[in-house]
Design a protein around this ligand. Structure first.
Ligand SMILES: [Zn+2]
Length: 622
């Protein structure tokens, strides 16, 4: 018997013959799940959807696999399990794309590396030398595994691979996925694995999913034998275009679960949550404890008969998952809370529920198409110039705030003035006045007459930016502020230049926390006037698409409570609202691939109203 040194043992381990176990079985035997998992190993009885993925992954013909699923779906574990299997059994160069470089770095450190080190079959293959193991690349003897951010063009063009994983695809920049496809399409063995929570209806992820097999997981009702998926509600959604009469999540609303109009007893409500069979002759209501009986009958069924056989897509969501956080009672409570927020005009929690709990694409509640009558439905019981009374909170702060937004067009300043009321005083935003005036001096005089704070005046600087900057630096000053108020420690008190950007959102860091939001501000150095003396100015950028949507798909349809226009609103305002529409964008075969905003005439007032909605976010006045 020869004593093996540690190095020999690693060497032998690394060169064990390639396994001929099916991928799912290899993963089950070799992968130990991290401490953040409720399971130690993958359990395909509890989560049969994962086994389906591994079986499909292993098919030689597979080219595309798209998982559009809930946040808690085990999607990352499935793809990491496959990655580990590849390193060991079928090595070739691969790229793991996170949506940005920061996420890629964190993911490498906290997920990929510990995951591979935790797998004894792969551990010995991880290079020891530091230069073979950087944040962006692990150089195994047999393959390179790159870990990159998809937002940088260089990362999409400089590296070649046979297989790529596209993590959180919904957050990729527009066109990035297609750019990668075009680059790799000549590689015969190219495989693309997309896995993500859902984004917006008809975005790139949704289209990628639609082009695939659209496998859904059906269970069989033991009482009526009807096969059905878990589907949360009854209304039509992007995934289920037909409404239904019965079926889905149900719960009791009574004096125990909802003691008053605005209070719920969630622990009691959770106990009453059931899943109703969608067969109207059955309507059996399953308890959560019966869930596993249904999971045992799951079978994947392809919903898209036209898909190429090498293009597989799957969907499942939290109701299918065994984790404690995905218990049916918890899901219902998340929904109730999100719906409650939507009633106050905050749709973000509902969007998070749909995209991350249901794993379904978000569909805007109302399509933008505004006739005169529709716009006039927003008329409140007041006339131009009539304001709400000012009240004070306990600290003496006023209940309302006036905001002026203005847009330069064709030698005029179009403006909208609104009064915004704090939520604790009933919320809402009413248009007080709108119109056009010749130039900045007139706007200044108007602002003073109406006693509006300079910091609540927003001027579009997309057109004639230098003149706008000059006007904005004329009335105001820099003052010191706490870094909590602004990270720069400086506050600008004057008019604010604002501009629409093509971004859907911006990444920013606020008080040390990375956030995404539809606006950002940045300080710029500019030269003012003929003397050209340098000054610093703060410019606000807002997402055009976000605030267009907020105006035309939420405010005008009446989904933002208390968002009003006066009875005698000028005709031009009403007409301009009809000039902006959203149109489906189709490809050569007539399939809807995206939607885009379209303007068919002047849109100064819509622009001013978008800035108004942004100003509320920027000022934190909701
Ligand atoms: Zn049934």
């Amino acid at each position: 018997m020869v004593n093996l040194t540690a190095t020999d043992a690693l060497f032998l381990d690394a060169w064990e013959p390639v396994s001929d176990l099916p991928v799912w079985q290899w993963v089950q035997e070799n992968i130990v799940l991290g401490s953040d998992s409720e399971l130690k190993r993958m359990d395909f009885d509890l989560v049969p959807m994962h086994k389906f993925c591994f079986v499909k992954f292993a098919e030689a013909r597979l080219r595309r696999f798209t998982m559009m699923v809930a946040a808690q779906s085990g999607k990352t574990s499935v793809n990491l399990g496959y990655a580990a299997w590849k390193v060991r059994n079928k090595p070739n160069d691969c790229i793991w794309y996170a949506d940005n470089a920061q996420k890629a770095k964190t993911f490498y450190k906290l997920k990929i590396l510990p995951w591979l080190e935790n797998c004894s079959a792969v551990k010995g293959m991880i290079p020891k030398a530091r230069d073979k193991k950087t944040n962006t690349l692990i150089q195994f003897d047999s393959m390179n595994l790159h870990i990159l951010g998809a937002e940088a063009k260089g990362n999409r063009e400089s590296v070649t691979a046979f297989e790529i994983w596209a993590d959180e695809y919904r957050r990729w920049p527009k066109g990035a996925g297609t750019a990668i496809d075009n680059r790799f399409k000549t590689i015969r063995e190219y495989k693309k694995f997309v896995f993500s929570t859902a984004g917006d209806e008809n975005d790139e992820l949704h289209n990628e999913w639609k082009s695939g097999s659209q496998h859904l997981f059906f269970w069989t009702c033991p009482h009526c034998q009807h096969k059905q998926t878990f589907r949360f509600g009854r209304e039509a959604t992007s995934l289920y275009p037909e409404a239904r009469e019965c079926g889905g999540f149900v719960w009791d609303t009574n004096e125990v679960t909802k003691p008053s109009e605005n209070t719920y007893n969630f622990p009691e409500l959770e106990k009453t949550v059931r899943y109703e069979c969608e067969n109207k002759d059955c309507k059996y209501r399953f308890k959560y404890s019966e869930r596993f009986q249904l999971i045992k009958t799951l079978e994947p069924i392809q919903m898209n008969p036209l898909a190429d056989e090498d293009n597989v897509s799957v969907h499942w969501w939290e109701a299918y998952m065994p984790w404690a956080e995905c218990a049916w009672g918890k899901i219902a409570v998340k929904f109730i809370k999100a719906t409650y927020a939507a009633k106050t005009g905050d749709f973000e929690p509902l969007k998070v529920f749909v995209t991350e709990t249901l794993g379904e694409p978000w569909r805007v509640p109302v399509k933008a198409q505004f006739t005169r009558g529709k716009v006039l439905e927003r008329c409140g019981d007041y006339s131009v110039g009539e304001t709400w009374d000012v009240q004070r909170d306990l600290s003496g702060r006023p209940s309302v705030c006036h905001v002026i937004t203005a847009d330069i067009q064709h030698g005029y300043l179009y403006y909208v003035m609104r009064q915004v009321r704090k939520l604790e005083f009933g919320g809402g935003s009413r248009l007080i006045d709108c119109g056009k005036m010749p130039w900045f001096d007139d706007l200044r005089a108007y602002q003073m007459a109406k006693k509006v704070d300079s910091g609540c005046v927003y001027l579009d600087c997309a057109y004639k930016p230098n003149e706008v900057y000059e006007a904005c630096t004329a009335f105001g000053q820099w003052i010191d502020c706490s870094p909590l108020q602004h990270k720069s420690g400086r506050w600008w008190t004057g008019w604010r230049p604002v501009t629409g950007a093509d971004n859907d959102y911006f990444n920013d860091v606020v008080n040390g926390i990375a956030i995404r939001r539809p606006w950002r501000d940045s300080n710029r150095d500019i030269n003012i006037g003929k003397s050209g003396h340098a000054r610093q100015i703060r410019v606000w950028e807002i997402s055009k698409s976000h605030y267009r949507s907020r105006l035309f798909e939420y405010a005008l349809p009446g989904l933002l409570p208390g968002w009003e226009i006066p009875q005698n609103i000028p005709n031009e305002y009403v007409e301009q609202m009809g000039h902006v529409t959203k149109r489906p964008k189709t490809n050569a075969s007539g399939q809807v691939v995206d939607e885009e905003w379209h303007e068919s005439g002047r849109h100064d007032f819509p622009d001013c109203e978008q800035f108004q909605l942004a100003a509320v976010d920027i000022g934190g006045w909701r």
